[in-house]
Ligand binder design. Sequence first.
Ligand code: AMP
Length: 448
Amino acid sequence: MENQIQEAPLETTTKPKRTRRTNKRPKNNDETSSSVQVENEATPVGNSNADIWSIDDFQVDVVEGKLRFHDLNIPDRVIKSIAEMGFEYCSEIQAETLPMTLQGYDIIGQAQTGTGKTAAFLIAMITDFLDYPLEEKRPNNFARGLIIAPTRELAIQIADEAVKLTSNCHLNVVTLVGGLSYEKQKIALETENVDILVATPGRLLDFARSRKVQLGKVECLVLDEADRMLSMGFIPDVKSIIRMTPHKEARQTMLFSATFPKDIQALAQQWTYFPKEVSVVPKEATNQNIDQVIYTVEADQKWPVLKQLIEENGGQRTIIFANRRDETRDLYERLRKANINCAILSGEVAQDKRVKTLKNFKEGIIQVLVATDVAGRGIHVDNVELVVNYTLPEDPEDYVHRIGRTGRGGETGRSVSFASEDDAFMIPEIEKVVGESIRCEYMVDMSR
Ligand code: AMP
C-alpha cells in the first residue's frame, strides 16, 4: 500500500553522532533538586515562591504500558509547561519518537493530526535548545529551529503550541505565514531572537531570499504534513528552503506525514540522516466501507476531471455536492450539455419537484444528482456508488454527512473530493472529524 512505510530496524540502524551533540545532557543533571526556579520574563527568577515549581507538583501515576513525560530526559522547565497544558502521559507518537529524538536522532514519522505529533517534535526541539544554549551572540534573525507546515492554519496551531511549551523558558517563537501582515512579521524578525520559526513555504522563501531571515544556522528542522506539501505543490519551495539550511549531518531533521507516497519516501530519505522510522496507524475509520480519495486539482481542471469520472463510472448512481446553489446550477447545465442524465437538488428547487427528483433517482431514472448540503441531508437512497465533493464543505462535519450517502447498509462505496488552491486548507479539519487520513492523488512536476 502506498501509505505504508517500512518499519525500520531500529536496533540495527546507528548513526554517527553529530559533533554538536556528542555530549547529551545526562538525565536531569541540572535539575536534580526537588524544585526549580522557573525562568519567566514577567516574574523575575527567584522573586517569589510562586516561581518555585517542583516536579513533585506534577503527580502522574505509573501505569503499565504508558510512558510519562517524567520518564524521559526532559528539562523540568518543559515538564512544567507540559503539566500546565494538562498532558500526563505521552501519546503513542510521542512515546515512539521522543526516546530517539531526545538522543538527537532524525525521525521519519507516519502520523496525522490528532496524534500529538506537534508536541512530539516541539518537546524534542525545545529540550535540545535548552541543553545546548547558544555559545556566541548572533543577529536576531538567525533561526535555531525551523518548522515548515503546508497551511497557515496549521502553522499558527503549531506556533500556539510552541508558545505554550516554551512558557517557562526564554525561547521565542516567530511565525511567518502568507495572508498576514508582512510588515509585522518583518519587525518580529528584527526585534526578537528567532529561536523557533514556524512558517509556510511561500512566505518563508520570500523572507529567506531577501535575507530577512537566515537559515544557515538551523539546528533542528521539522517538515510537517509532507504529503500535503507535495499535493499542494510546495516541494520545489521546500527544496530551496532546505538548501539554505546546514547539511543534514549538522542538523536534526524530523519529517512527519500522514501518508508516504513514493515521492515523499524518496525525499524523506534524501533529507534525513540515519533516520529512525516510526508509524502510528490511525484509529479505526468511521467510514470503513467507503473508499475515500482527494484529487488535488487546479480550479479549472475540476470540470474535465469530473466529466471523465462520470463517464468512466458507467451509469452508476452518483451524487455531486457543491457548496452554493449557483455552483449546482452551473454543474447541472454542464452535465446536461455533456448528455449526462442528471437532476438538481438544491434549496431553489420547489419541494414537490425535489420529491419527484429523489423518486426518479431511487428508481434509477436519474443517474447523477447535483446537490447542496441542506438538500443533500434528506437523501436516503441505498446503492449510491459514488459521492463527489466538487467543492469541499465549509463545515467539516458536512463532509461526513456527504460521503455517508454512499457505503450504506454494509455496501461498499466510493467518494472523490476535489481540493483546489481555494479550499485545500480544509483537509486537516476534515481528517480530524473523519478520524483518519484521506488518500490524496495529485500531479506534481518533481523535476522542478
Ligand atoms: P496534534 O496531533 O499535534 O494536532 O495534537 C492533537 C491534540 O492533542 C492537541 O490539542 C494537543 O494539545 C493534544 N495533545 C498532544 N499531546 C498530548 C498528550 N500527551 N496528552 C494529551 N493531549 C495531548
